[in-house]
Every structure is written in C-alpha cells, then in structure tokens.
Design a protein around this ligand. Structure first.
Ligand SMILES: [Zn+2]
Length: 293
C-alpha cells in the first residue's frame, strides 16, 4: 500500500489531466482512492479538478463519515462508496463528463458493439446505467447493477464512471471510453460500422488471459445474459469471417440521428430511415393524388 502523500499528488495530477482534456467543466467530476482497508482519500465538493492542491483532499471512512480535511467530500461520494462496497478489488474510482461519451449516454446508445479489439480486451462492453438524480441515493443504486462486471460505464444523461487497481488505471479507462466514443461517432457519421465477429470476440477474450489483463467478468455475446455476471457485447456470428459489414443479413446501423432513443440496437432495413427532398416528397404526394382520381 502506498503512503498518503503520493496518492494525494496522483489525484491532483489526474484531475489536472481530466480538466485539460475537457472531460470536466467547472467543478464537475470526482476522484477517490482507497487509503488502507477502511479509509478513502477523495476530492472535495465544489472545486475545479484542474486546479486542485494535495491539501484539499478529504479522508472518509467507508460509510462516508469525514475523518480529516477542511472541505466536505465530493457530492457524488455515495456512488464512490457503493463501488468500493461492491468491488473489493477496486482501489480507485474516477467520474467525469467527457463530452462525446456523455453524448452517447444522452442518446441512450451504449458503447457495447464489437468494434475495437483494444476495447474488447480491456473494458469489454460499456453499458449505460439507468438515469438517476445526481448526488442522491438513486445513483449508487443505478451503478450497483453494472459495477460488479464492468470497469467502465456510462451514466444516462450524466457522464461516465471508471474504476481500477490505481487512480491512473481508472483514469486511463476514462480516456479509452472517450476515445472509443469518438471513433464510434465518426464511423457512424461515415455510415458504416463493420463489426468484429462473435468468434473473433471470443479469441480476443482468450488474449485477455495471455496478456494478464484482469477483467471483472467474462465477455458474453448473448443478449439474454445477465449484466451483473457478464459483459454483454453485440457481435454477430461470423461464419468464418472476422469482420461483418453492417448491412449483412438485413441489419443496418442507422445514422445516429435516426436512432430511436429507447432502441439502441441495430434496426432492420424495414425500420431504417428514408430521407427525401421536399421536391421528391411533393412528387410522391402528387402521384398518390393522381392515382386516387
Ligand atoms: Zn457528474
């Protein structure tokens, strides 16, 4: 276990990086680390994460009682406490509002499609925890469902949460989520998102073991699997192919704007959006009226 002083410095540095990269604005976001078996070191409420100093941090017990510090602990302390309760292996928790990943959280689109090998071997899937009022007891309840099996998740209409064996590992997972969100957004804007096949996903999962990557749960490619024991990834059967074009078998990934808020999964061709110019639409209506006569 590291001593307290380097951990305070690490939190300051991670806060500075989050603010510099635009993952937080104003006083958003919070960071905590375990300090021994029964104490946490946590960012205080109402400070900009880009301009913290080591002496600003609070020390609390695992029930959230403040033990040391001039300032009060983060307003999202309850969410942090819940993560440490559910995951004895976790040593650090990072919460931020990275804008592109948060855009997916606002659109109700989880980052759970098999697209990037690196993301599959590290985070697996990135689900969306149900909407909860920030800083209330609702938020830890929403997070509880996913945190046992996931090291990173989106928070509906709010932001993202990552955990790790130290504060830098948790922070890097936040970077991975935002980077993955950016790539996914570009691919969808370009109109094509080829998916890694189910078989290849399983091969990547085996690589996790050989690289020594510790994951809280295995990857599953079956929708029916429960999210608290499994990382559910959307990956089609490959039949020998490793990449599956997104328009195979009548499955189309519609542009982001065409997606139904409550239906984040790929729609069939029959449900895909059709765009017409005003002139084309008028011609169609005129045709229909002519046919009626
Ligand atoms: Zn927040």
């Amino acid at each position: 276990m590291m001593t307290e002083s380097p951990l305070r410095a690490d939190i300051v540095e991670v806060g500075r990086r989050m603010y510099a990269r635009g993952y937080t604005a104003s006083n958003d976001g919070n960071i905590s680390v375990r300090l021994g078996a029964d104490r946490l070191l946590m960012t205080p409420k109402s400070v900009c994460k880009g301009f913290m100093t080591p002496d600003m941090m609070c020390i609390t017990d695992l029930e959230g009682r403040k033990l040391q510090g001039d300032r009060d602990p983060s307003s999202e302390m309850l969410m942090h406490l819940e993560v440490y309760r559910q995951r004895p292996d976790v040593q650090a928790v990072v919460h931020a509002h990275p804008p592109i990943a948060t855009g997916f959280a606002v659109a109700g689109i989880p980052l759970d499609r098999a697209v990037l090998a690196e993301v599959l071997t590290t985070l697996g899937s990135i689900p969306i925890a149900e909407y909860a009022t920030p800083s209330t007891r609702e938020l830890p309840e929403a997070v509880r469902k996913y945190v046992k099996a996931h090291d990173g998740m989106l928070l509906a209409n709010h932001g993202a949460l990552t955990v790790g064996p130290d504060v830098y590992a948790a922070y890097y997972k936040m970077e991975t989520i935002e980077h993955f969100a950016k790539i996914s957004l570009v691919a969808r804007l370009l109109g094509r998102e080829n998916l890694i096949s189910r078989e290849e996903v399983m091969r990547l999962q085996e690589l996790r073991g050989s690289y020594g990557i510790k994951a809280p749960a295995p990857i599953c490619t079956d929708d029916q699997t429960v999210v608290d024991v499994c990382q559910v990834v959307q990956a089609p059967a490959g039949d020998g192919r490793r990449l599956i074009p997104d328009d195979v078998d009548g499955v189309v990934v519609p542009p982001v704007a065409a997606r139904d808020e409550v239906s984040p999964k790929p729609s069939t061709k029959a449900e895909a959006e059709i765009r017409l110019t005003y002139r084309e639409l008028s011609a169609l209506i005129e045709d229909a009226i002519r046919n009626l006569r």
